[in-house]
Design a protein around this ligand. Structure first.
Ligand code: SF4
Length: 97
């Protein structure tokens, strides 16, 4: 019998995050209409950090960021976001196993 692997959300809940208050490591440049890639992040980000506002812009709360780099690959080259790793001692702490 196959071992039950559980839901992704349950696994993500096992991780811990140390938030560097007031110093988010990802920032979105001001925009009126988001690009397709920026809007796609509201569906693609595995941690659900990106969200569309009521007025159609995209915002980010990077507190639960997994540092996977997906948004960095898609949006940093176009200048739509600035992205850096959290300072030492902050960010995600993965639980393995
Ligand atoms: S690095 Fe990954 S987890 Fe973090 S905000 Fe970007 S897509 Fe989401």
């Amino acid at each position: 019998m196959a071992k039950e692997l559980g839901r992704v959300e349950e696994k993500l809940y096992q991780n811990r995050y140390i938030v560097d208050a007031g110093k988010p490591h990802i920032a979105i440049e001001p925009h009126t209409i988001p690009s397709r890639n920026l809007l796609a992040m509201t569906k693609v980000c595995p941690a659900g950090c990106y969200a569309e506002t009521d007025t159609g812009q995209v915002e980010i709360v990077s507190d639960g960021c997994l540092e996977c780099g997906t948004c960095r690959v898609l949006l940093e080259p176009t200048g739509e976001i600035t992205w850096s790793y959290p300072r030492g001692g902050f960010g995600v702490l993965f639980k393995f196993g």
